[in-house]
Design a protein around this ligand. Structure first.
Ligand SMILES: C[S@@+](CC[C@H](N)C(=O)[O-])C[C@H]1O[C@@H](n2cnc3c(N)ncnc32)[C@H](O)[C@@H]1O
Length: 288
C-alpha cells in the first residue's frame, strides 16, 4: 500500500486538475486536523451538542435556583462585572446572569447551541463567541471566568483539561476569580455496568441516555437516543473525563491558579466530599 501511495503523488503537487470532490475532501480533512489540534474532545463534543441543541432545554430546564449563581458571583465581584462563561450552550446560565446585570460573554463550540442562544436572547445581551476552550485566547480578561455544569469534564483527556485551565488563566483578570462547577464522581467511579436514564421531552417524545465508565482513564461514554415526533430514532455519543476535586486543584496549580473556596452548592454550602447534592463549586484566584 505504501508503494502505491508513493507512485501516486497528490494531484495538487503534480499540477493535475483538482476536482470539486477532491477539494471538498481536502477542506474536510483540514477541518478535522484543525479540530484535532484544538483537542479531539472538542470535535466529539461539537457533534454531540449539535445533535442535542434542539432539545437541550427540555432535558435540562431552566430553574429559578440558577439565579443563585449570579447571587454568589456578587459576593466576589461588583454588579455589572464582566463574566466569561465557558460552554454557554443555549444560555441556560448566561441569560439569568445578564438579567442580573452582568456583562456576559459565552464561548461555545456548537453552532447549533449558539443558534438556540440567539433565539432565546434576540437582543444579544449575551455576547456569543464561537470557539474552542482548549485554545481560547480572547485577547482580553474578565472579572469572572465561570465554568458551570461540568464543562471542564467535556474533555476526553487530562491534556485537554490542562489546556482548558491554561485558557481559563489567560482570560481572567489579575484580580479576578475563576469559578468551576463539577460533579462528585464517586458513584460513577465504582459503576460496573452501563446505567440508563430516561428523559421525557414533553409531547415531542423521549430520550434514553446510557452511561458507561472506564475508571482507569476516568472516561464516561454517553450514548443518547432521541425518539422525537414519531420519527426514526437518532443517536448521539460523547466521551467525557470526570475530575476529582484534588485533580482540579492540581490543574489550577499548573495554570498558576490558587484555590480560595470550595462548596457543595451555589449558596456556599460546606463541601464535605460526600454531599448528596453531588456538586462541587471550586473558586480560584490567579497567583501573583
Ligand atoms: C454541559 S453543557 C452546559 C451548557 C450551559 N453552560 C448550561 O449550563 O446549560 C456544556 C457545553 O459546553 C460546550 N463545550 C464543551 N466542550 C467545549 C469546548 N472544548 N469548546 C467550546 N465549548 C465546549 C458544549 O458544546 C456544551 O454546550
Amino acid at each position: 500500500m505504501t508503494e502505491t501511495l508513493l507512485e501516486t503523488p497528490p494531484a495538487d503537487v503534480t499540477g493535475a486538475e483538482v476536482t470539486e470532490t477532491e477539494a471538498a475532501e481536502a477542506a474536510e480533512s483540514a477541518e478535522a486536523a484543525e479540530a484535532f489540534a484544538g483537542g479531539f474532545g472538542a470535535a466529539i463534543t461539537e457533534a454531540y451538542s449539535d445533535a442535542l441543541a434542539e432539545v437541550y432545554d427540555d432535558i435540562y430546564p431552566s430553574t429559578p435556583d440558577l439565579e443563585d449563581i449570579g447571587t454568589y458571583l456578587l459576593t466576589l465581584t461588583d454588579p455589572g462585572a464582566s463574566v466569561l462563561e465557558l460552554g454557554v450552550g443555549t444560555g441556560r446560565v448566561a441569560i439569568p446572569l445578564a438579567d442580573q446585570g452582568f456583562d456576559v460573554h459565552g464561548v461555545e463550540t456548537s453552532e447549533r447551541m449558539l443558534a438556540r442562544l440567539a433565539e432565546k436572547d434576540p437582543q444579544g445581551r449575551v455576547t456569543p463567541v464561537h470557539g474552542n476552550l482548549t485554545t481560547l485566547d480572547l485577547g482580553r480578561t474578565f472579572d469572572v471566568v465561570l465554568a458551570p455544569f461540568n464543562v471542564l469534564c467535556c474533555a476526553t483527556t487530562i491534556d485537554e483539561q490542562i489546556a482548558m485551565m491554561h485558557a481559563v488563566a489567560r482570560n481572567v483578570a489579575a484580580d479576578g476569580h475563576v469559578v468551576v462547577e463539577t460533579f462528585d464522581p464517586s458513584d460513577y467511579h465504582v459503576q460496573k455496568r452501563n446505567e440508563m436514564t430516561t428523559y421525557p421531552l414533553g409531547d415531542r417524545g423521549t430520550m434514553i441516555e446510557s452511561v458507561g465508565v472506564l475508571p482507569a482513564s476516568q472516561n464516561m461514554m454517553l450514548q443518547n437516543t432521541l425518539f422525537l415526533d414519531g420519527g426514526v430514532p437518532q443517536s448521539a455519543t460523547t466521551v467525557m473525563r470526570y475530575l476529582w476535586p484534588s485533580e482540579l486543584d492540581l490543574l489550577g496549580a499548573i495554570a498558576r491558579l490558587e484555590l480560595v473556596g470550595r462548596y457543595s452548592g451555589w449558596r456556599e454550602q460546606p463541601f464535605d466530599g460526600g454531599d448528596s447534592r453531588k456538586m462541587c463549586v471550586s473558586v480560584f484566584r490567579p497567583l501573583a
